[in-house]
Design a protein around this ligand. Sequence first.
Ligand code: ZN
Length: 249
Amino acid sequence: MASQQVTVWNEFVHERENDAVAEVYPDGIHDAIATGLEDRGYETRTATLQEPEHGLTEAVLEETDVLTWWGHTAHDEVEEEVVERITERVRDGMGLIVLHSGHYSKPFKRLMGTSCSLKWREADDRERIWVIEPGHPIAQGVDDCIEIDAAETYGERFDVPAPDELVFTSWFQGGEVFRSGCCYRRGNGRIFYFRPGHETYPIYHREDVRDVLANAVEWAAPVANPGTSLQGNQEPREDVDIESDSTVH
Ligand code: ZN
């Protein structure tokens, strides 16, 4: 369908300070992610930590159907006011896709309510990201597993609430397993956490990973009727006596 407006957010620090990372992502991780989504027909804009309000003003978020988030070394620099704005928009229906080390970002931790910590190692382990819910919209068109020759290892326990739906589970050469594709709902919003994407590996240039991200955007996009008409004080559908003091309920 590809009618969603996506804002691709990146802290954009490693790419400017580390030559090895700049070689993999010369225009930033956000550019690679946005390119993959544009190739699949999505309208994207990018935003980075360095911009005023981190590029996430009220106006930008108002126009955003789905926000993707990549951060690692500068989580603490994200302003509280912007975090509050994002989490409120998610509860109102904006989709949020949290990538890799974004597990420690303020918006994700705030929405999960847990530490979101995990086990990790940088050892070029092979990773197999197994599809464990092949019928799920986010897994459409994906092979049985996505195999990545060299990746940063994440391992359980991942301290998050039990996902509403778990789409992917990773196996690593070193023996660890990890819940790699976790779906959540918070208020009217949908959240997808997707594990791969360490800054020194060209993972966001892969077509299979880009396919998953596009599927996730489609899944996380706001629904047409979030159900607000089903809330608040209402007249009965049947002819019943209403006590004069309705506030006791
Ligand atoms: Zn990493």
